[in-house]
Design a protein around this ligand. Structure first.
Ligand SMILES: [Fe+2]
Ligand SMILES: [Fe+2]
Length: 236
């Protein structure tokens, strides 16, 4: 596996990731938590539980949480998924001519223009959304993110897309990647579609001059996929 030793992030003279020692935060700074600093509830009419220790949560508390949780997740999940992608919009590149945000949008645009169904377009949009967060397991990250809303086939494609890319790296002679790694899946029912997904969309989506659709174009598609009734996917 490639050596990914981390370099320490830039820190202030205080030694931490916050403001330097002695500096005060401005009023209203969300990082400042006072003695009574409950986070706002999403909906008017919702209620807090009084309990502040998880071990002390009562059946009554739990029932209240259950009543509010489903609609909270229904609204916040989509917002957070889109925010996760959107937050990398202005990121720099480490060498490719476009950053990961544009790569994701471009892969989705290619899939859409090839006539793929909505689920594949959304899979292309989100296939690398975790690539900086967890480089070596970003395929599993994307597969987990969509697992409850997509088919077993799409989940498998996402989960294995990095392995299917290695064949395209044969020419770079990097010992970290085995170009034939995908061959252990030869004959699998999802081998050909995964190879096509990678070949047609992922591999081709690094062009700075491609007429890539904006994120807003894909938002209704992401919304519809995450609005599907969630299912429990049994993964082999
Ligand atoms: Fe990837
Ligand atoms: Fe990719």
């Amino acid at each position: 596996m490639r050596d990914r030793r981390l370099r320490a992030p830039e820190v202030g003279p205080g030694g931490g990731l916050g403001p330097p020692r002695g500096a005060s935060r401005a009023p209203g700074d969300p990082a400042r938590f006072g003695p009574d600093s409950r986070s706002p509830l999403l909906e008017a009419g919702w209620h807090y539980i009084d309990t502040v220790e998880l071990d002390d949560v009562t059946a009554e508390d739990w029932a209240l949480l259950n009543r509010q949780r489903d609609s909270f997740y229904a609204r916040e999940q989509l917002r957070q998924v889109l925010r996760l992608l959107k937050c990398s919009e202005g990121d720099a590149s480490f060498g490719y001519q476009i950053n990961n945000y544009r790569h994701c949008l471009q892969a989705a645009t290619l899939a859409y223009r090839a006539g793929e169904d909505e689920e594949i377009v959304v899979a292309a949009l989100l296939h690398d959304v975790g690539v900086v967060l967890c480089p070596d397991s970003h395929a599993e990250f994307a597969a987990c993110l969509l697992a409850s809303y997509v088919s077993e086939r799409t989940h498998w494609m996402l989960r294995h897309h990095t392995i299917f890319q290695h064949v395209h790296l044969a020419g770079v002679h990097d010992p970290a990647f085995d170009p034939d790694e995908r061959e252990r899946w030869r004959g699998h029912r999802y081998f050909e579609c995964t190879a096509a997904f990678v070949d047609r969309y992922d591999q081709r989506a690094i062009c700075p001059n491609y007429d890539t659709a904006p994120l807003e174009f894909f938002v209704p598609m992401v919304q519809r996929v995450f609005a599907r009734p969630p299912h429990h996917l049994v993964v082999d």
